[in-house]
Design a protein around this ligand. Structure first.
Ligand SMILES: Nc1ncnc2c1ncn2[C@@H]1O[C@H](COP(=O)(O)OP(=O)(O)OP(=O)(O)O)[C@@H](O)[C@H]1O
Ligand SMILES: [Mg+2]
Length: 439
């Protein structure tokens, strides 16, 4: 008997799902990319417990026709690619027709959708890849996916999930990248019932950067806009002095798709040589707009890496774009200064002389010294009290601190330093009082 088994459909699906769905953030990435491909202008992402128990992605896109719902969950079923030639120039974020099938096979999935051309929406429930129900639903145009209990049927994968916090952070990272790559889409992100990100969807990259990274970061960026060899590089780069110790805030998009682009990273490092310290990396949000057939996006299971037909033009475009931006950025800062904040030069020597002159010329304030009449009776009472205390034997040494004990005299009394000081001060006062009142 041969040693090779042909795996059953269910096992094969679980293996295939592992390539696409690694953790909650990969589910969110796929669902939001589907929403973008569906022409949505507003997308809401909600997660609970890092996405492990609950994820929801709602969009106002074209919706899924009822007759397309079942095919959508079949592996290699897609509306985005029809033939082999389409693969040469992929313009959509999705194209493999694998995401929904993979997600549905490892979770409890609920889909609520209504296509614009249909009168009534549909609710579909799928558990572990098996359809449970498909019914009418009253809902607005668009699509909502709710994914619960990820990997409930694949304990081996569940084991590799990190803490809810780490998984939630990975989801936040994905949502940030999508918000930066699509400023024309209003993205609302809710994490454990807290609204943590909201982009306006006004189409301006700077507003998206403002929402994601905050005002301070957004206000200190240098714009990049450069075209070379058919590649249009747009976006923003941070000033050399704001460079960071890692590349976490280097964001590259190829035709609005977030990718890890080593060529662009190398080009930036090269362009910043001399202006950025070694071991530091400028932050950036750069989109490289290029011909769809100059780049192959079908090389990585989660589409996070791409292959260029020719790497050199990409390197050159990014290099020159960044170099030019840094040069004009520096000039702009110098040119702006006199307008925004006029610089008044001050001679410190003259300033000091002026201050001294003013001080010397100021009229001297003389105030007659007020002497309080000596209350002899009160002073005598205080002295009496002191003598009474000093004549009493010291029976209780106050709490000794370690330092006081170390510094305490060796004469065997064992008083704390503070007490010694108080006693000697009291004796000094006693001598003074004796002299004063001739006791
Ligand atoms: N939010 C949505 N709105 C409208 N249609 C959708 C939505 N999500 C999925 N679809 C439809 O379901 C199909 C299957 O989606 P799925 O994500 O599995 O594959 P894909 O996006 O075509 O490719 P990939 O696996 O690369 O993401 C899509 O081609 C699309 O027609
Ligand atoms: Mg997809």
């Amino acid at each position: 008997m041969g040693r090779i088994n042909i795996l059953d459909k269910h096992t094969a699906e679980l293996i295939a799902a592992g390539e696409v769905v690694e953790r909650p953030s990969s589910v969110i990435k796929e669902l939001v990319e589907n929403a973008i491909d569906a022409g949505a202008t507003a997308v809401t992402v909600e997660i609970k417990n890092g996405g492990v128990t609950f994820m929801r992605v709602s969009d106002n896109g074209c919706g899924i026709l009822r007759e397309d719902i079942r095919p959508a969950f079949i592996r290699h079923a897609t509306s985005k690619v029809a033939s082999e030639s389409d693969l040469d120039a992929i313009a959509t974020l999705g194209f493999r027709g694998e995401a929904l099938a993979s997600i549905a096979s490892v979770s409890h999935l609920e889909l609520i959708t209504k296509a614009k051309e249909e009168d009534i929406g549909t609710r579909c429930i799928i558990e572990g890849g098996e359809e449970i129900s498909l019914t009418d639903a009253g809902c607005p145009d668009g699509t909502t996916f709710i994914v619960r209990d990820l990997f409930y049927n694949v304990p081996a994968r569940m084991k590799f999930l990190k803490t809810d916090m780490a998984e939630g952070n990975a989801v936040s990272n994905v949502v940030d990248k999508i918000a930066l790559s699509h400023p024309e889409i209003a993205i609302n992100y809710i994490r454990d019932q807290k609204n943590v990100l909201h982009t306006s969807g006004d189409g301006k990259l700077l507003s998206a950067i403002y929402s994601v990274y905050g005002r301070d970061f957004a206000s200190r960026l240098i714009p990049v806009d450069y075209t070379l060899g058919g590649i249009h590089v747009t976006g923003f780069i941070s000033r050399p002095e704001d460079a960071r110790p890692n590349r976490n805030m280097q964001n590259f998009f190829i035709n609005r798709r977030f990718v890890i682009c080593k060529t662009a990273m190398a080009a930036i490092s090269e362009a910043c040589k001399g202006s950025v310290m070694v071991g530091r990396f400028p932050s950036c949000v750069l989109d490289l707009d290029m011909s769809f057939n100059a780049v192959d996006v079908n090389v990585h299971p989660t589409k996070l890496e791409v292959r260029f037909v020719n790497e050199r033009p990409v390197f050159d475009a990014v290099y020159h774009a960044v170099k030019t931006a840094l040069m004009t950025g520096e000039k702009r800062v110098e040119a702006k200064l006199p307008d925004s904040r006029p610089v008044k030069r001050v001679n410190p020597f003259e300033l000091a002389q002026k201050v001294f002159r003013e001080r010397d010329e100021a009229p001297v304030q003389t105030k007659p010294l007020e002497r309080k009449p000596l209350d002899r009776a009160a002073e005598a009472k205080k002295a009496d009290e002191l003598f009474r205390v000093l004549d009493e034997p010291v029976v209780h040494a106050p709490k000794r601190t370690r330092r006081a004990r170390r510094e305490c005299s060796e004469d065997g009394l064992g008083f704390s330093l503070a007490l010694c000081r108080r006693i000697s001060a009291a004796y000094r006062r006693k001598a003074h009082a004796e002299r004063r009142y001739r006791v």
